[in-house]
Design a protein around this ligand. Structure first.
Ligand code: HEC
Length: 245
């Protein structure tokens, strides 16, 4: 603080101390009343307004599309921004690095911005930061809220899907393959390999069915699927990147 500012501040402070009201009991009293009103209002709302929690959980569903609560949409979007590298990078960046950098900035800001000025238009840099960070959070929240549903909602963005291909894709989506594999940018980046161009390996139906029945861990066995579905799935996967791309 500059000496002139300090003098003005001391003067203001002495003045306020002489004429103002002490924190205890005046401010405490007001806070208690407001806090009490909020509690009473919450109790009244809890009793009078019934809030639906949503559909009952169906533990046997296979096409559930997990989506976060609205206040996590920004992190949901961040996960997508950092996707496609490996399984860990998006998690570390979106749930640890970026949020913590923002929080650390918030905590150290009073130590960086030491000026006595309180008026908004006299603090362009601090205000600019607020607008920037808030804008970033709003924008990623908007993107997250509107991004195409996670895995499982709309199928895969493939061309060349004939009747057999569509049926095979339905089996693929219904059995959670996309929770471990990526095809054409849809699905999880791991732990299974990206299957977008799997067809170029030239596996035949029998080889694929055998793999699906007895794959390497951690991929689960699909031996319990009906034979027709297994075959349809096998032909679909074998056609990825060649027939269906
Ligand atoms: C729990 C995760 C998981 C699920 C679910 C899963 N996979 Fe896999 N999948 C893997 C992993 C891991 C590998 C690599 C295994 C290896 O090569 O040793 C793999 C390998 C494959 C391969 C061979 C890829 C190659 O290039 O050799 C195919 C094909 C495949 N999976 C198809 C499917 C299909 C189709 C489904 C759904 C019916 C499915 N996977 C479900 C994890 C999974």
């Amino acid at each position: 603080m500059k000496p002139a500012d300090k003098k003005a501040y001391d003067k203001d402070y002495a003045q306020a101390k002489k004429t103002g009201k002490p924190f205890f009991p005046y401010a405490i009293f007001k806070d208690t009343i407001v806090a009490g009103l909020v509690v009473v209002a919450t109790i009244i709302l809890a009793i009078t307004v019934r809030v639906e929690v949503g559909e009952p959980v169906n533990p046997s569903t296979t096409d559930f599309v997990p989506r976060p609560e609205w206040y996590f949409y920004f992190a949901f979007e961040l996960l997508k921004i950092f996707a496609n590298q490996n399984a860990l990078t998006p998690v570390i960046m979106a749930t640890f690095m970026v949020p913590n950098i923002l929080i650390i900035l918030l905590v150290i800001w009073p130590f960086i911005d030491r000026g006595p000025e309180r008026r908004i238009w006299k603090r362009p840099f601090a205000m600019g930061m607020i607008v920037l960070v808030t804008g970033f959070l709003c924008y990623t929240t908007y993107l997250g809220a509107n991004s195409p549903g996670g895995v499982g909602s709309g199928g895969l963005p493939l061309t060349g899907l004939d009747e057999a291909g569509t049926a095979g894709m339905a089996v693929y989506m219904a059995n959670g393959c996309a929770s471990c594999h990526m095809v054409a940018g849809v699905g999880a980046p791991g732990p299974g390999p990206d299957l977008t161009n799997f067809g170029s390996k030239g596996w035949d139906t029998a080889k694929q069915v055998a793999w699906l029945k007895a794959p390497n861990a951690p991929m689960p066995s699909y031996a319990s699927l009906p034979p027709a579905e297994l075959e349809s799935l096998a032909n679909f996967v074998n056609g990825l990147g060649t027939k269906y791309k």
